[in-house]
Design a protein around this ligand. Structure first.
Ligand SMILES: [Zn+2]
Length: 161
């Protein structure tokens, strides 16, 4: 609810694995920062659309809560959700922190990834997605094999393929 500065989250997430709560909260903060007009929520400005001649809108339209829809087939919603998830990932796993933590560690070992996950307080899929973004590791879809980057994986596949 933007005007109450309230983010509501389903209590069921408390039963999810560690890291899920943090990830969800960071995701919702992402929506707040990226997709909610805070000035409007403060009541200091009106929604831009109102000034552009959308006179059909009433005050109650503006008060409507922003709804996080998670995964969606709708490309507009999917891109908004992707942005919030990417924001969460940057917030929870800043590159500079990971740069420090990867030093002297073999990231192609699951045991090291699980330790890093615990240190960062995220879920293992959050972590592996983030590390793959930097191409520090590469896990081919549907496998549990960790390569030290995409090139390494391709080289390996050529050797055996
Ligand atoms: Zn969302």
């Amino acid at each position: 609810m933007p005007q109450q500065r309230l983010i509501e989250i389903n209590e069921l997430i408390l039963e999810k694995p560690p890291g899920f709560v943090e990830s969800t909260i960071a995701h919702e903060i992402g929506h707040w920062v990226l997709h909610v007009n805070q000035d409007e929520a403060d009541g200091t400005t009106q929604q831009l659309e109102l000034n552009l001649g959308n006179f059909g809108k009433t005050a109650s339209d503006v008060e409507e809560p922003f709804v996080c829809r998670g995964a969606s087939a709708d490309t507009k919603i999917a891109s908004i959700e992707w942005q919030a998830q990417y924001f969460a990932s940057c917030l929870l796993m800043p590159r500079c922190v990971l740069e420090e933590k990867r030093k002297g560690r073999d990231l192609t070992k699951w045991s090291n990834l699980y330790k890093l996950r615990d240190e960062m307080g995220v879920s293992i899929s959050n972590l592996t997605n983030r590390l793959q973004e930097f191409d520090w590791i590469y896990i081919p879809k549907g496998t549990r094999e960790i390569y030290p980057g995409k090139d390494a994986a391709n080289g390996q596949q050529r050797l055996f393929g």
